[in-house]
Design a protein around this ligand. Sequence first.
Ligand SMILES: Nc1nc2c(ncn2[C@@H]2O[C@H](COP(=O)(O)OP(=O)(O)OP(=O)(O)O)[C@@H](O)[C@H]2O)c(=O)[nH]1
Length: 793
Amino acid sequence: MNYKLRLASTVLLINLFVILLTATSAYLGYRQHQERAEITTQNLAQALENNLINSIRRIDVSLLALLDIDRIHYSEHRKNPTLMNGHIEQIRARLPEVDAIRLTDKNGLLLAGHDVLNSASTNLSDRPHFIRLKNDPTAELLISKPQISRINNKWVIVLARRVNHPEGGFDGMIFAALTLDFISEQFSSLNLGPGGKVTLREEGLGLIARYPEPDTMHRTIGNKDVGPEKLALFTSGKTQATFRDKDPDHLERTVTFHKLQDLPLYISVGLSPSDYLQPWRDDSLKLAGIALLFLLASIYATHVQYRAWLNQQKTSEHIAHQEALYHELVEDTPMLVVRYLPDTRIIFGNTAYAAFLGVPASEITGKQRLDFIPNESDKEQIKTRIAALTSENPVAVHGQHRAKGKNGQMRWTQWTDRAFFDSTGKLTHLQAIGEDITEQKRTRDIRAARMRLMEFAAEHSMNELLTATLDEVGSLTESTIGFYHFLEADQKTLTLQTWSTRTQREYCKAEGAGRHYNVDDAGIWVEAVHLRRPVIHNDYATQENKRGLPPGHAALLREMVVPVFRKGLIVAILGVGNKPTPYTDDDVQVVSLLADLAWDFAESKRLEAELVAMATTDFLTGLFNRRYFMKQMDSELARLKRVDITRAAVLMLDLDHFKRVNDRLGHAAGDAVLKHAAGTLQGELRKIDTAGRLGGEEFAILLLDADLITAEIFAERLRAKIANSPIEYDGHTVNITVSIGITVLQVDDANSETALSRADDALYAAKRDGRNRIRIADVAGGRKQESNLPKPV
Ligand SMILES: Nc1nc2c(ncn2[C@@H]2O[C@H](COP(=O)(O)OP(=O)(O)OP(=O)(O)O)[C@@H](O)[C@H]2O)c(=O)[nH]1
């Protein structure tokens, strides 16, 4: 049942009940007043009956007494009837209701009694009661119909008795006359109310007396008009009844109709409902008024209530609509939405949030938001953020923290928390909207790491760069172990390259850098090479193929190794280990990216080194080329010019009769001789010295911190070494010698070429002088000097 119908029926029922109650109460009141009226009429009728009967009995007794007196004094009274008057007056004085008592003779002529003397000729023989008394010797007291007295013209009724002659026979009538006025007066003493009515009727229903008396009373005396009820009752012979009747005067009354015992008189007492029901009417009207007021009040209250309900309905609908919109919005958004209480108990989490946590949406409510945040510092951070929200400062707060996502994965999330307060300023709940920024953060972190590594690469060696890469990978994946090893093109030989700083510090007690390692001899950490894909061992202890760890290696909980591919071949592997939580595909992505980057850096470092080498080195002998050698000389000469205290010697060398080797044994043999000579030469140098091949079979040496004497000693040692180191080539023993020209750099030298040509001149001198010997340039005047050292044999 809808509210409207329920409200209407409730109010209707209440009102029906009130109306019923009012009606019942009114009806009962009516019944009570009606019954009371009936009882009152009965009591009044009874009282009147008693009064009248008493009077009549007293009058009758008085008449009988007078008859007795008359019988005793019969003869005297008949002789002088006035004698009787004294007795009559004496008795009448005790009967105030009686107007007159009189005596007639047998012919109806008045003999004695009140005013009889003045009306002696009055004859009553025609009166019906006289005739009846005359004719009926057994007649008792007779009551006449109302009649007008022939003596004083008053309306009276007469109570008469037969007078018998002492010797028998009718001898007249004694009677008492009651004025109707007197009876009416008796009635007037009753309090019947304005509509009340009392009547006395004789046996033929003729009216004797009535109260209130109408103005035309004399015309209504003897009137037999009665109400239908009364008539029916009378006809049925009943002597007493109480009923509602409508009188000929058209007034309805409650009437008690009573026959006066054995007397031929009927008394009727009627009370008008308009009188006795007046208090009931007043009460009922009041009650009805109250009921009406209640009805109106209830209708008004219902109306107000209904309006309020309608408003409430509208508000509820509006709120429900807003709620639906909010839920739709919140459920459709890919953002994570969670509403929670100040103690972080969740009251709502959207689908995206549930999916993020990997918890069924239905189970989220009631859980603590902090339960999904494993990191203690993050928890503290959130509590601080919540505390910062007050009703005075209700702005949203932003922050990032880690959260335990689906399958226990650690995810980075970014949140905006907003607080809601009630009207008293009390914090009721909070709403946080967030997103999973793990990918973004990873991309950002990787980009930052790349930038750092690129900067780092410019200033550091390949190995330093690889270590730095491993340190970055370690912090991105929360790993405490990291290693980077190269794989040769045979895909079998690993070259142990480097480890992360932390690994070197905490784990790798065994030295292994540069060691070659056969893939087939390695443990499961090289599975990535066998399987040619990234491999994760999240529970290292349960792995069957592990071969154990070298002594001094800390326990390995879990590891992940990714291969680096170039042109279909694995060129390197990067491994990490001991992350506190399991490694995931996300880690593979991070590690792969940086491993690749590291390889590219390593490659470019290698190429760079190659290019440098190519630019400075003679490809056949491995000595520096002419350009580089001259550059070294330039810088040394510049230093000399700058400081003027440094010393440097320059040696020019040329193999003797080298052409013959070529001619005799071929060009390859010549190359071999050149290499051999270069090797011997290089072997004699200190680290600070520089040797270069200037072209063909011509070499040069720059000896730092050396004067002519030192240079000469060195040159001689070199000459002797070469001369005494024949080379075996293709079954031939090739003996070679070398001629050397020496000079020193001088502040005055215009450039390197100046010094070099001086040495070259000395060399030419050595050749000219017979080869396999040393000549020193005359630095002062450019004169060639022969060496003081022993001559070659
Ligand atoms: N095998 C070989 N021969 C070279 C190379 N560069 C130059 N030569 C040869 O070295 C020889 C140099 O000959 P020459 O300049 O006549 O000098 P020589 O035969 O050593 O005689 P002297 O210097 O006078 O003792 C030439 O035959 C060049 O072809 C090289 O890189 N390899």
